[in-house]
Ligand binder design. Structure first.
Ligand code: NAP
Length: 458
């Protein structure tokens, strides 16, 4: 894949970038290594000041950065602005909370380990490689970088090849805020160069957000080097709706949860598992609301759903739908690739999905919803958990016992009750099964790239 900005709304190549050669890669790793050695000796107050300054710069650049995001990956301008502001807020969150999260514990009775005093302390690991996706080109990077830098690590970003201008913007953001040169930098390299960087002895850990194959590849390399790795991979989140649910709110949330980010979020609801008593009413309202969405130019403030980010992504989504329809599924709305420029795909609602269809097992990365009818809570849980993924999930019910059972029974990293799965700096984020390992955000996220050191004193 070339390192290039290609406008998904038109298919036009806007800018191409040369990849970094080996000399440049080495220089950037060396700069990160040197910056980490400086950073680890700075105190939290100093880092807090730099992080706040960088957050203010990002907020100040909101229009410019939102335009860039929309240009490179096609989300609506309104959502792009929201992404930038959310990122700046997460930077402030970690600026203000890092010290608290990284305060170790003191053993109340050190005599049990034969010591006069014993405590734990969190220390930075060093240079961490971040392999990141295009779908939230700023947010995905910031939610790694803000905690990593506040902990005293340095970060090296290998961004997705289709968002190079986002990578270039992020390359200087932290330095502009005051962080030492090299604390955070972008490598303009293709995926094939990740192994070379990860095997470098100065790079001590990695995080990857992206697809399952990419995650397996990076984890295998990290494993062979005995380097810590965090993986945030795909999801096919269930959205369970039971008869006691507030149907109109559930439908409105289902639409937002399936189509936000043009349907290309790991935690978009993708499988709608609806009790048979309300299935037909749900499908009718859901299909009508999906059909009413405005698809088009993501720069137009009236647009709800823009294009998919890449031609291959659009074509893979269309193949999944075509496979299901050919095998007997019904497209209640949508289901056909439109003619014309740009990589658009209409909001689509499918019923009649069976276990043999690819869509039953694979992640639909675009505005395509599969609706399943189930007889009761047991069947809802069976269908919800019959997936290799386990990222987030949602359940809609007003029945407290049913809620408790379903919350406990869902195999996922999060459950949202009567609401939409969203990431918050305050809540741990991550998955189980093929959705990944480790956690981002909250206290857990900043501790992932720290050495938890035990200190024993005689
Ligand atoms: P992708 O192809 O895996 O790309 C993600 C990043 O990994 C890019 O920087 C890519 O570089 C790199 N990459 C790809 N193959 C690699 C390999 N073999 N070794 C090393 N690096 C490699 O993912 P995508 O299709 O762009 O993104 C969509 C997927 O990401 C979906 O499955 C989605 O659910 C998941 N996702 C998960 C989360 C989460 O938090 N769990 C968040 C967002 C997205 P190139 O661009 O140069 O190929």
């Amino acid at each position: 894949m070339p390192i290039a900005s290609i406008n998904p709304a038109t298919g036009e190549t806007v800018a191409r970038f040369d990849e970094h050669d080996d000399t440049e890669i080495d220089a950037r790793i060396a700069a990160a290594d040197a910056a980490h050695r400086t950073l680890r000796t700075t105190d939290f107050a100093t880092r807090r000041g730099w992080m706040h300054a960088a957050a203010d710069l990002l907020d100040g650049d909101v229009e410019q950065v939102a335009e860039l995001i929309t240009l490179e990956m096609g989300k609506t301008l309104a959502q792009a602005r929201g992404e930038v502001r959310k990122s700046a807020n997460a930077m402030r969150f970690y600026a203000d909370r890092a010290e608290e999260f990284l305060t170790g514990t003191t053993l109340p009775d050190p005599s049990v380990v034969g010591a006069s005093h014993a405590h734990t302390t969190y220390q930075p690991l060093g240079v961490v490689l971040a392999v990141m996706p295009w779908n939230y080109p700023i947010w995905q990077v910031i939610r790694f970088a803000a905690p990593a830098l506040m902990a005293g690590n340095a970060g090296l970003l290998k961004h997705a090849s289709n968002v190079p201008q986002a990578a270039i913007y992020l390359d200087t953001l932290f330095e502009r805020g005051g962080f030492p040169t090299g604390s955070f930098g972008s490598l303009l390299i293709p995926a094939a160069k990740v192994e070379r960087v990860l095997r470098d002895r100065r790079v001590v850990a990695a995080t990857l957000t992206g697809s399952e194959p990419a995650g397996r590849s990076v984890a295998a390399i990290a494993g062979s080097e005995v380097k810590h790795v965090v993986l945030e991979l795909g999801g096919s989140d269930p959205f369970v709706v039971m008869p006691s649910a507030d149907l109109d709110r559930a439908v409105a949330t289902a639409v937002a949860s399936r189509t936000s980010n043009n349907g290309q979020a790991c935690i978009n609801a993708k499988r709608f598992i609806v009790h048979a008593d309300i299935h037909d009413a749900f499908v009718e309202k859901f299909a009508a609301a999906m059909a009413a969405l405005t698809v088009g130019d993501p720069r137009d403030e009236k647009t709800d759903v823009g294009p998919l980010a890449t031609r291959s992504g659009r074509d893979e989504l269309a193949e999944l739908v075509d496979d299901a329809v050919a095998a007997g599924a019904t497209a209640v709305v949508g289901g056909a690739t439109p003619d014309g420029d740009g990589w658009f795909y209409p909001p689509t609602v499918l019923t009649g999905i069976t276990e043999t269809m690819r869509l039953y097992r694979e992640e639909a990365f675009g505005p395509v919803a599969s609706v399943y009818s189930v007889a009761d809570a047991n069947e809802a849980l069976r269908v919800a958990n019959d997936t290799t993924f386990g990222l987030s999930s949602a359940v809609w019910t007003q029945d407290a016992d049913e809620e408790a059972r379903i919350v406990a029974g869902l195999d996922a990293g999060a459950v949202f009750v009567n609401g939409m799965s969203i990431s918050y700096p305050e809540l741990p984020f991550g998955g189980i099964k093929d959705s990944g390992v480790g956690r981002e955000l909250s206290a857990e996220g900043i501790r992932e790239f720290c050495n938890l050191k035990s200190v024993w004193k005689g």
